[in-house]
Ligand binder design. Structure first.
Ligand SMILES: Cc1cc2nc3c(=O)[nH]c(=O)nc-3n(C[C@H](O)[C@H](O)[C@H](O)COP(=O)(O)O)c2cc1C
Ligand SMILES: C=C(O[C@@H]1CC(C(=O)O)=C[C@@H](OP(=O)(O)O)[C@H]1O)C(=O)O
Length: 390
């Protein structure tokens, strides 16, 4: 499968085209819209989230609630567009109108794409960069992931993203928490955390950052249960599924690190405390007694829960801006300030969930016969039985 996205943050709409989904899979707009609503939540977001009520329109590839096997196109309209029609207009401007209309940006924000994007594409107005580098684009990445998530759920794979650290406050996650309990508790939390003891401290950290004109980051975790064993491959670097997950997480705006299972902690432990002992029983088939390697060995799933974590740096737009340079005068100036979130880690947990869902669904679709949804369901069922008895 593959997908493309298009759209500027303050343009008329965001668009995505998904290719390679099987025909005959049930799909409704509500499957996508419920996920878009989850992405909009989270303590610490800016005013834009009150302007938008993100909803996807399915404009192709689905008929009477079923996928057709043809490309699926989804459109999310930007409510904020009505305030930006002049600034973001398509038509060429008259001489002399430029400065008045364009809300030109010339003082690059440290940590954002502004300066590098301007150099790369030759934009002397960095709005041309920030409109597309904005994480507004993650709206349609979630829409694409929601379709993948629907496919996974119909194949018995459940997935959830949640926050495990925010502004230096760490959550303690009970490893025996069921998937249902994890989903329920994190959904009810304004910071998407499963540990109620740290929720208030996380919210206070966000308040404090906001008050100081600053921003904070954190760590999100995505857990997926029900992936069959042996998905992905060890035979070639670009077929390793853990590598694809790492790339997917790193592609999210502001993500600076990824770990699978205990990740970096593995550097500090002996092998006997890192590798997971293998066992077998008639009901489950093969399983690992622990899951320190987060569901992966050799670039393939083990059948244990997939556990991926990602680090989000603090948001680069600061209401008390860092110093920068004006690209017109080359003089030192405080960086530009655009309306901004002070913390988007809870929203990013939802984005991470969806990019991981896409990669997992893609791996299943690549590995099994997948033109018809019915065949895919059947093949995966048989693969599970085969792996259990192997
Ligand atoms: C959900 C989400 C919301 C974000 N909101 C903002 C924001 O309001 N202001 C901002 O400057 N950056 C925001 N970011 C981060 C920037 O998009 C990101 O730092 C920028 O694209 C530069 O990319 P890099 O940090 O990966 O190098 C957000 C990121 C995510 C995932
Ligand atoms: C600014 C960025 O994205 C943020 C993410 C976002 C959203 O829908 O998630 C919408 C944006 O809206 P606006 O720029 O109109 O406030 C920002 O809140 C960024 O990433 O640089």
């Amino acid at each position: 499968m593959r997908y493309l996205t298009a759209g500027e943050s303050h343009g008329p709409q965001l668009t995505t085209i998904l290719e390679g989904l099987p025909a005959g899979m049930p799909l409704e707009a509500s499957d996508i819209n419920d996920e878009l609503a989850r992405r909009q939540k989270g303590y610490g977001r800016g005013r834009r989230m009150q302007i938008e009520k993100d909803t996807a329109e399915i404009v192709s590839g689905v008929r009477h609630g079923q996928t057709l096997g043809s490309p699926i196109a989804l459109v999310v309209k930007n409510n904020d567009w009505k305030h930006w029609t002049k600034i973001m207009g398509i038509e060429a401007l008259e001489e002399g109108q430029e400065d008045e209309i364009k809300r030109k940006v010339t003082r690059a924000r440290p940590g954002h794409a502004d300066l590098n994007g301007a150099i790369k594409y030759g934009h002397h107005d960095m709005r041309n960069v920030l409109e597309r580098s904005s994480a507004r684009e993650t709206t349609v990445r979630v829409a694409a992931g929601a379709v993948a998530k629907k496919l996974l759920s119909l194949l018995g794979v459940e997935i959830v993203g949640h926050v495990v650290e925010l502004g230096g406050v760490k959550a303690t996650v009970n490893p025996n928490l069921s998937m249902e309990a994890l989903k329920e508790s994190t959904e009810a939390s304004p910071v998407r955390v499963a540990d109620p003891n740290v929720e208030q401290a996380m919210m206070s950290a966000i308040d404090e950052a906001k008050k100081n004109g600053d921003s904070i980051g954190g760590v999100v975790e995505v857990v997926a249960t029900g992936m069959p064993a042996g998905i992905g491959s060890y035979v070639h670097y670009d077929r390793k599924l853990d590598g694809k997950l790492a790339a997917a997480i790193m592609s999210i705006n502001a993500f600076k690190g990824v770990e699978i299972g205990i990740g970096f902690e593995a550097a500090r432990l002996p092998g006997s405390l890192v590798h997971d002992e293998i066992a077998w029983d008639g009901k489950t088939g093969y399983y690992r007694k622990t899951n320190r390697l987060g569901g992966f060995e050799g670039g393939m799933t083990t059948g244990m829960p997939v556990v991926v974590r990602g680090v989000m740096k603090p948001i680069p737009t600061l209401y008390k801006p860092l110093m920068s340079v004006d690209i017109e005068s080359k003089e030192p100036f405080a960086a530009s300030v655009e309306r901004s979130d002070s913390c988007a880690v809870p929203a990013a947990a939802v984005v991470a969930e969806h990019v991981v869902a896409w990669e997992l669904a893609n791996a299943l679709i690549e590995q099994f016969n997948s033109d018809r949804f019915e065949t895919l369901v059947d093949e995966i069922k048989r693969h599970r039985e085969y792996a259990r008895e192997f």
